[in-house]
Design a binder for this molecule. Structure first.
Ligand SMILES: Cc1cc2nc3c(=O)[nH]c(=O)nc-3n(C[C@H](O)[C@H](O)[C@H](O)COP(=O)(O)O)c2cc1C
Length: 199
C-alpha cells in the first residue's frame, strides 16, 4: 500500500529525550490536515519487538515536537536519520545537522531545514499497528526569502523538498509542470513560469 501511494512528503521530526538528547526521525506517512486550527499528522508503526520508537516515547512524555521540511541538500542526512540509533544517540550529531532553539517549544529545531513547524500534541489515534500523532502548529519558521511577507505566498521556485517513493527511493521535486483547466477561460490560465501559489 505504501509503495503505491507515492510520492509522499517527508516530515523530519525532532523530539526531546528524557535525558535531553535531541532525537530526529523521518516519517513519510505525513501530511497537512487543515488550517483552522493548523494541524499536521504523521503515523508511526509499532515495532514487532514491542519497543516504542524514540519519537513515540518522546511525544507521549513531552507532548511537543518540531516537524521540518527538508531540501535536496539535506536528502542524505534526512535518510540517515531513519537509522535506528538508540535513545542515547542524537541522529543530528551522527548526520552533521545542527540545532537552533525553537521559538515556542522546548524541542530544538534543525538549523539547516528550510521549514520548521513547531507543534504541540493535539490528538493521538492508536490502531493495532500504529500511533498517529496530530500536531497543532503554534509557530512556523521558514528560510528567508521562501515566503513573501507582503502576501504570505511561498516562492515554490525555491522550495523543492525530496519526496519518498518507498524503501530507499526518493524523487526530486524540481521538475514541475503547469496545467490549466481545459474548461477555464483566459482568466484560468496559469503563467508558465509562475511557480508561486498560496495553497
Ligand atoms: C524517508 C523515510 C520515511 C519514513 N517514514 C516512516 C513512517 O511514515 N512511519 C514510520 O513508522 N517509520 C518511518 N520511517 C522509519 C523511521 O524513520 C525509523 O524507524 C526511525 O529509526 C525512527 O526513529 P526513532 O526511533 O528515533 O523515532 C521512515 C524512514 C525513512 C528513511
Amino acid at each position: 500500500m505504501a509503495a503505491l501511494i507515492v510520492p509522499r512528503p517527508i516530515a523530519l521530526v525532532t523530539t526531546l529525550g528524557a535525558e535531553g538528547v535531541v532525537n530526529a526521525a523521518p516519517f513519510s506517512l505525513f501530511n497537512m490536515v487543515g488550517e483552522e486550527p493548523p494541524l499536521v499528522m504523521f503515523s508511526i508503526n509499532k515495532q514487532a519487538d514491542g519497543v516504542l520508537k524514540d519519537t513515540v516515547r518522546n511525544i507521549q512524555r513531552s507532548h511537543e515536537f518540531v516537524v521540518h521540511i527538508a531540501d535536496q541538500a539535506m536528502a542524505q542526512a534526512l535518510h540517515d536519520c531513519g537509522h535506528p540509533f538508540g535513545p542515547e544517540t542524537s541522529e543530528l550529531d551522527q548526520t552533521g545537522l545542527s540545532t537552533r532553539p525553537s521559538a515556542k517549544v522546548r524541542v530544538p529545531s534543525i538549523a539547516e531545514a528550510p521549514v520548521a513547524f513547531e507543534c504541540v500534541l493535539h490528538d493521538t489515534l492508536e490502531s493495532a499497528s500504529r500511533y498517529v500523532f496530530f500536531g497543532r502548529v503554534i509557530w512556523l519558521r521558514t528560510r528567508p526569502g521562501l515566503v513573501d511577507p507582503s502576501n504570505l505566498r511561498v516562492d515554490l521556485a525555491q522550495h523543492s523538498p525530496p519526496g519518498r517513493m518507498g524503501a530507499g527511493l526518493y524523487v526530486k521535486t524540481e521538475d514541475v509542470f503547469p496545467l490549466h483547466s481545459t474548461f477555464a477561460g483566459e482568466s484560468g490560465v496559469i503563467e508558465r513560469n509562475d511557480r508561486r501559489t498560496s495553497t
